[in-house]
Write a protein that binds this ligand. Structure first.
Ligand SMILES: [Zn+2]
Length: 473
C-alpha cells in the first residue's frame, strides 16, 4: 500500500497509489533510483519523475534542437554518455538522438552513475563502423572546459576529516576554490556560461560552456590548467607552493587578498587548529626555508604559554608573520613565505588531468551516485548546482538525498504523470536555479551564435554567387 513496501522489494503487492505516512529508510535502495528516473515500479500505480531529462537535453544541445536553419541536428547524438550500472558494470560510448531516446535509455538501464563525455566527430555508438571503413574520423571535437576539485586532495592540510568525509569545518576550502576559479574564468578568460555543481559527496565540478571554451584544443586546455598551477615539486616535498618571480601574478595577488588570506586567518586557523600541537607547528615550520628563523619560532612556541587553547592559533600565526615580515631576516625564499604558507593551506587543488583532455568523462549534474563500500552504502546526495555568488551559503550536509526527495513527494501527494514532480520537492529550487542562472542565458547566447553563423553563411553565399555571375560575363 505504501511506497516504503514498494521500494523495499515487496512490489508484488497490490498498491493503490495512495502513499501512507511511513518514514522511508534513510539508506540507499535501488528502487529509490527507479522512482527518481521515473521507472514504474510493479503494481505501484503512481509514477514519479524527478530527474530533469529535458533540462539536461536542452543544455547538451546548445540550441541545436530547434528549428533554426543553421542548427546542427546531429549535435546531441554525437555526445558520449556513459552509464555505471549496479555491480559496477560500465557502459561507455552511449549516444541518444533525442530527449525521448535519452529518457528511454536511462529508464531501461537505471544507471547508478551517469557520466558525460565529449561531442565526437561521429556518433560514438557507431565508432566501430567508421573504424572498419578505414576512415580514421572518430575523434572528440567539442567538450566543455571542466574542473574537478576533490576535498580528499586536501587531506594533508585538513585535520577535521579525511578521505571522503566532509564537514562544515573543511567545506570552506571548496567555497574558496569556487570563488578563486570562478573569478579567474570570468575576469581573466572572459567566460560567461559557467556551471558549478556539488559532486555529490566530497567536492565540486565546474563546467565552462561558452562556445569558445567547448572548442578549445587539448593544448589550450593544458595552458589554462597551467595558469592555475601553483603547486610544485613532488608529493613528499615539504614546500608544496612556490611563489616565484619578481612580482606575483595579478591573479595570485587577487586570490590572496580577496579570498585566501581571510579564509586562512578568519576560518582555517581556528577550524583546523593549525598551530594547536607540536606536530602541526612543525608542519608549518617546515615550509620556512631558513632554519634559523624556524628555530627561533620553535623556541618561542616551546615556552609555556599563557594563551587559551582558542587563542594559540592566532597568536602563533602573528608571531610567525611578525618574525618573517619584520625585515630582520633576509634569507633566500623568505620574502613570500607568509603567502606561501597561506596558499599551501587554502589554494584550490585541481585535478589537472581532468581539465587537460577533451575526452575526460565527468559525472552529470543531477546524478545521484550511491558509492558502495565493502560493507556499507554511503549516503549519497544529488549533484545539485551551486550558486558561485552565494557559494559561502552552500551546505553540503543539507543537500537532498534520494530518500529525502521521495519522502517529500510522499508527504506532498503524488501528481499526475507529466507534472514536474521535482517542483514538489527540495530539488525544485536547484532545477529553477539551473534554468534561470545558467540554462536560459546560455541558450540565449547560443541563439545569437546561430543567427550570426546564418548571416555569415548567407553573406558568403551571396558573395560566391556574385563572383560566379561576374565570371560568366
Ligand atoms: Zn571536515
Amino acid at each position: 500500500m505504501v511506497i516504503e513496501e514498494a521500494v523495499n522489494g515487496r512490489d508484488d503487492m497490490l498498491i493503490d497509489g495512495q502513499m501512507g505516512d511511513q518514514v522511508l529508510p534513510s539508506g540507499f535502495n535501488p528502487n529509490f533510483l527507479k522512482l527518481y528516473y521515473g521507472i514504474p515500479l510493479l503494481k505501484l500505480r503512481f509514477q514519479s519523475k524527478l530527474f530533469p531529462y529535458g533540462d539536461i537535453f536542452r543544455w547538451m544541445s546548445y540550441g541545436n534542437d530547434g528549428k533554426h536553419p543553421a542548427c546542427d541536428k546531429s549535435y546531441f547524438g554525437r555526445r558520449e554518455l556513459s552509464f555505471t550500472l549496479e555491480n559496477d558494470i560500465y557502459l561507455r560510448f552511449l549516444s541518444f538522438n533525442s530527449v525521448s531516446e535519452l529518457e528511454k535509455g536511462i529508464r531501461e538501464k537505471c544507471p547508478f552513475k551517469i557520466d558525460i563525455g565529449p561531442v565526437y566527430s561521429v556518433d560514438p555508438s557507431k565508432r566501430h563502423a567508421y573504424a572498419q571503413s578505414g576512415e580514421n574520423v572518430f575523434k572528440p571535437v567539442e567538450r566543455e572546459l571542466i574542473f574537478d576539485i576533490d576535498i580528499t586532495d586536501y587531506d594533508d592540510v585538513r585535520y577535521c576529516c579525511s578521505g571522503a568525509d566532509v564537514c562544515l569545518d573543511c567545506w570552506p576550502l571548496m567555497t574558496a576554490a569556487i570563488k578563486v576559479i570562478n573569478t579567474a574564468l570570468r575576469d581573466d578568460f572572459g567566460f560567461r556560461h559557467i556551471l558549478w555543481v556539488y559532486s555529490g559527496r566530497r567536492g565540486v565540478h565546474c563546467w565552462v560552456c561558452d562556445g569558445k571554451a567547448r572548442r578549445l584544443t587539448n593544448e589550450q586546455r593544458a595552458a589554462i590548467a597551467d595558469y592555475f598551477r601553483v603547486y610544485k615539486g613532488s608529493e613528499n616535498s615539504k614546500k608544496k607552493v612556490s611563489l616565484t618571480g619578481h612580482a606575483l601574478h595579478p591573479f595570485l595577488v587577487r586570490s590572496y587578498t580577496e579570498v585566501l588570506k581571510d579564509l586562512f586567518e578568519q576560518t582555517l586557523l581556528s577550524s583546523q587548529q593549525i598551530f594547536s600541537t607540536e606536530d602541526k607547528c612543525e608542519k608549518v615550520l617546515e615550509m620556512i626555508p631558513d632554519e634559523s628563523v624556524a628555530a627561533e619560532l620553535r623556541g618561542r612556541w616551546q615556552k609555556r604559554s599563557s594563551c587559551s587553547k582558542d587563542d594559540i592559533n592566532a597568536v602563533r600565526w602573528e608571531h610567525l608573520k611578525h618574525t618573517l615580515q619584520s625585515g630582520r631576516h633576509k634569507g633566500q625564499g623568505l620574502r613570500r613565505c607568509v603567502e606561501e604558507i597561506v596558499f599551501s593551506f587554502s589554494y584550490p587543488r585541481l585535478d589537472m588531468e581532468v581539465s587537460k583532455h577533451m575526452n575526460h568523462l565527468l559525472k552529470a549534474p543531477f546524478c545521484v551516485h550511491p558509492k558502495t563500500g565493502k560493507y556499507t552504502v554511503h549516503l549519497s546526495r544529488v549533484c545539485v548546482p551551486i550558486d558561485p555568488v552565494h557559494c559561502h551559503e552552500f551546505d553540503p550536509t543539507t543537500v537532498p538525498t534520494l530518500s529525502q526527495l521521495l519522502q517529500e513527494l510522499n508527504s506532498g501527494g503524488m501528481g499526475q504523470e507529466g507534472d514536474n514532480d521535482w517542483d514538489r520537492t527540495s530539488l525544485g529550487e536547484s532545477v529553477r536555479f539551473f534554468r534561470s542562472s545558467f540554462l536560459e542565458p546560455l541558450l540565449k547566447s547560443c541563439k545569437v551564435e546561430l543567427l550570426i553563423f546564418e548571416e555569415m553563411e548567407s553573406a558568403y553565399n551571396s558573395k560566391l554567387q556574385q563572383s560566379k555571375n561576374s565570371m560568366t560575363w
